[in-house]
Structures are given as structure tokens and as C-alpha cells.
Design a protein around this ligand. Structure first.
Ligand SMILES: [Zn+2]
Length: 156
């Protein structure tokens, strides 16, 4: 028999955990307990993260701030996916068209607009501003730059 270093009750030499206080008695048992606690902590973190995502992703434009960045793509609503796809198409489309017209001033404005509407740019604005710009803002910025670019292309 030996005694538990924590509660000093007598325990079996072969015991891996103290029957009185549950303290691990071998290096292995201590590691096992450590891993178990970490797994539990991760589980709790994952559960609360998923709950956050659900409460934030109710489809309204107001609640898609920081939380949305951690929501995997599959969990985006159809509307959001459509929006993202539209942004990519409009952005890349504008850039590709503008590149063919590049020596002209309007082309550079059009490229700026195309870059502005790409979804990753919206995410980048979250860094300095605290929360990402609303998609309406990006779409508006794109519309203004695109119109300006086209106007310059036509007029110059
Ligand atoms: Zn003990």
C-alpha cells in the first residue's frame, strides 16, 4: 500500500487513480486525465461556437459581423452564397473587361471597382474598422466606380 500525495489516504500500489480524491497516481494516468480535460474543453468550445454561428446567421444583414468569418462556407444560406457568387462574377468580370482596355484611365477605375466588390476585400476591411463594411456599401462602391469607369471610357 502507498498513500495518495494529495489526500494521504491509503491506496493500492496498482491503482492509477486515488479512490478518495481521484488524483492520478502514475505519469500515464496524469497524461490521460490531461488529454481528457483538453478534449472536454475543445468540445465545449466547439459547441458554443456552433451556437454562436446559428444565432448570428439568421439571414439578416445586421448580424453577419465577426461570427460569419468562422462559419464554414457550407453553412452560408442560399442567399448569401448567391450574393458571394454574384460579387465574384461582377468583380472578376469587371477586372477582366477592364484589363483589355487598360491604357485608358477609365479601365483603372473599373479595376478598382472590381477589386472593391470581391468578398475577401470586405473581410479585409474588418481589420481597421472593427467590423466588415456592409455588402450594400461594397455594392454601392462598386456601382459608383463602375459607372465612373464606364463614363471615363466613353468620354475620353
Ligand atoms: Zn487522494
Amino acid at each position: 500500500m502507498k498513500t495518495c500525495p494529495r489526500c494521504e489516504s491509503s491506496i493500492d500500489d496498482e491503482a492509477r487513480y486515488c479512490l478518495e480524491c481521484g488524483a492520478p497516481q502514475t505519469e500515464e494516468a496524469a497524461e490521460e486525465l490531461d488529454e481528457y480535460v483538453q478534449r472536454q474543453a475543445q468540445q465545449v468550445a466547439a459547441d458554443s461556437g456552433a451556437t454562436d454561428g446559428e444565432s448570428g446567421g439568421d439571414g439578416s444583414d445586421g448580424g453577419d459581423g465577426g461570427v460569419a468569418a468562422f462559419v464554414p462556407t457550407e453553412e452560408l444560406t442560399d442567399r448569401e452564397q448567391l450574393w458571394r457568387r454574384g460579387c465574384y462574377v461582377a468583380g472578376y468580370g469587371s477586372i477582366v473587361v477592364a484589363l483589355t482596355l487598360v491604357p485608358q484611365v477609365g479601365a483603372f477605375v473599373l479595376i478598382l471597382g472590381g477589386i472593391a466588390i470581391l468578398p475577401p476585400v470586405r473581410r479585409l476591411t474588418a481589420e481597421p474598422l472593427g467590423s466588415p463594411l456592409k455588402r450594400e456599401v461594397m455594392a454601392g462602391l462598386y456601382a459608383v466606380l463602375a459607372l465612373l469607369g464606364i463614363a471615363l471610357l466613353v468620354l475620353l
